[in-house]
Design a protein around this ligand. Structure first.
Ligand code: MTE
Ligand code: MO
Length: 171
């Protein structure tokens, strides 16, 4: 079982009690299933070459955050779930100020890392309990909490709402 990769590594650090070992102990495990998301650029915790690769189970292990909101792309209230952007960045050891989020069709948007600190922005894997397939704008869709933060309802944030996300480059 994968369980929580982060908590396992925390326990190991606590037992070993040796801060120098922590980067080693926290390294991401290698994906077993199809790779859904590749994080590259300024990262400190790569698992495949100098990139951090995530399969579905690894993204699920980061914790699933629920955002219930209206969006310009779905009818009415929709319940999205997926890992928080900041959980992904933390797991990859991201060290940059902004990220370039690239879609399967090569559409890309730059998102300041501060968005992930100021808001619970998720990389949604599900909508209303159903996995987002590529034909439903999956496998990952950047979802901001629009209903609880109406200041997000603007064209700049819409342009950061990338669907069919495949890659993140930390800049
Ligand atoms: N993958 C992907 N995500 C994307 C886009 C795109 O072309 N491809 N367009 C962006 C832009 S510029 C906006 S304003 C919003 C809304 O796009 P829509 O009005 O075509 O639905 O989605 C964003 N996310
Ligand atoms: Mo746009």
């Amino acid at each position: 079982m994968r369980g929580s990769l982060v908590s396992k590594c925390r326990v190991l650090i606590a037992v070993v009690g040796f801060a120098l070992l922590s980067p080693l102990a926290c390294a991401l495990e290698v994906p077993e299933g199809p790779v859904i998301l590749v994080v590259s650029g300024k990262i400190g915790l790569p698992n495949v070459g100098n990139e951090a690769h995530f399969d579905k189970a690894m993204l699920e292990a980061l914790g699933q955050h629920e955002t219930i909101t209206r969006t310009p792309w779905y009818d009415g209230m929709t319940r999205f779930s997926g890992p928080l952007g900041r959980a992904i960045l933390e797991a990859a050891g991201a060290e940059g100020e902004s990220i370039r989020v690239v879609a399967l069709n090569e559409y890309a948007a730059t998102i300041p890392v501060s968005d992930f600190e100021n808001y619970d922005v998720i990389f949604a894997m599900q909508a209303n309990g159903k996995a987002l397939r590529v034909r439903d704008q999956g496998p990952l869709f950047v979802i901001y909490p629009f209903d609880t933060h109406p200041e997000l309802l603007n064209e700049e944030i819409f342009s950061r709402s990338v669907w069919q996300v495949a890659r993140i480059v930390v800049e």
